[in-house]
Design a binder for this molecule. Structure first.
Ligand SMILES: O=C(O)CCC(=O)C(=O)O
Ligand SMILES: [Fe+2]
Length: 306
């Protein structure tokens, strides 16, 4: 039975809003490759591994201060939480800053500026010697360890990754909340067509069930990550992250094994994002507005909601 996170949120005087149906993600201390494959990869089930990376140099070394020391002079791309706009390309950054200034900002005050999918290792190759590719029964891609940074209360919109990968997500320094949904739940989530996101005006911490009634049926997963913990996200899983304190994460990925998922990945990379960019240029904001309308219409139609 899913546990309903029954936090009552004061909306106006006495109205209650039920939070979503979210099961706590299993946590294990350590796990071998055989057991990991049987219990989590095969059934495509998320899990938090608490001590997978205790033997990495990064476990002791990596902190915001350390990154500031070794990468402080790098110019980094920043994203905030503004809604997608037609005059930006797919996943286009909103600002840039020197890494040292950005880390100062993170430590000083809450900010919505995040670093998203940044290949810091390309700029600072010495970081590569701080971690290993865990031998856990996933064929992890060697080229692209991506980094993510966020400040207190910054939110990463609900999305799934373009390549439908199996993801190992390692967290450093702060504490972060992760809410996940399996691909089977997509029908309840108001997915925006030709994109990797759900409607951006959904607050997955306090959903508005009047506007988005399908969310009531969605069955998801939740965890909190602390320094050195690893989250396994199976293929194509939706994820919404909230940094509760300033911190950063690294993701490693393995291509999807399910042939259907691999086909979706190829379609996204080679067709979807180009088509979407093309339509943004052609139709402008009307294209974005139309897709957002369709997210609601198509979800309600498929579920028979009037
Ligand atoms: O936590 C973040 O900032 C985003 C993480 C993410 O989207 C990923 O690992 O794919
Ligand atoms: Fe992601």
């Amino acid at each position: 039975m899913p546990i309903v996170y029954a936090k009552a949120h004061n909306q106006g005087l006495f109205s209650f809003i039920r939070s979503m149906q979210l099961n706590p993600i299993e946590r294990v201390d350590r796990i071998g490759r055989k057991e990991f494959r049987e219990r989590y990869v095969k059934p495509q089930k998320p899990v938090v591994i608490r001590h997978l990376i205790d033997d990495w140099p990064a476990y002791d070394k990596w902190s915001l201060e350390y990154i500031k020391e070794i990468a402080g002079d790098k110019e980094v791309p920043l994203y905030d939480d503004r809604p997608v706009s037609h005059d930006e390309g797919f996943n286009q950054a909103h600002a840039t800053m020197q890494m040292a200034d950005y880390i100062e900002l993170l430590k000083r005050e809450p900010t919505q500026y995040r670093i998203f999918l940044y290949n810091l290792m390309k700029e600072v190759p010495q970081l590569k010697s701080d971690f290993k590719f865990p031998s856990i029964g996933l064929r992890l891609l060697k080229q692209i360890p991506m980094l993510f940074f966020g400040g207190t209360n910054s939110k990463v919109f609900m999305h799934h990754d373009i390549d439908w990968a199996n993801i190992l997500h390692f967290h450093f320094e702060g504490r972060k909340q992760c809410i996940l949904f399996a691909p089977s739940q997509t029908k309840h989530l108001y997915k925006v067509p030709h994109s990797l996101i759900t409607r951006e005006d959904i607050d997955f911490d306090h959903p508005d069930y009047e506007r988005f009634p399908a969310l009531k049926e969605a069955q998801g997963h939740i965890c909190h990550l602390n320094h050195g913990e690893t989250l396994y996200m199976p293929e194509g899983y939706w994820h919404y992250m909230k940094y509760e304190t300033p911190g950063f994460s690294m993701s490693l990925r393995a291509l999807p094994r399910n042939p259907k998922h691999l086909r979706y990945a190829l379609y996204n990379v080679f067709v979807m994002r180009h088509y979407d960019n093309f339509m943004r240029r052609r139709k402008g904001q009307a294209w974005i507005d139309e897709k957002n309308k369709r997210a609601i219409l198509e979800t309600h139609k498929a579920l028979g909601i009037a």
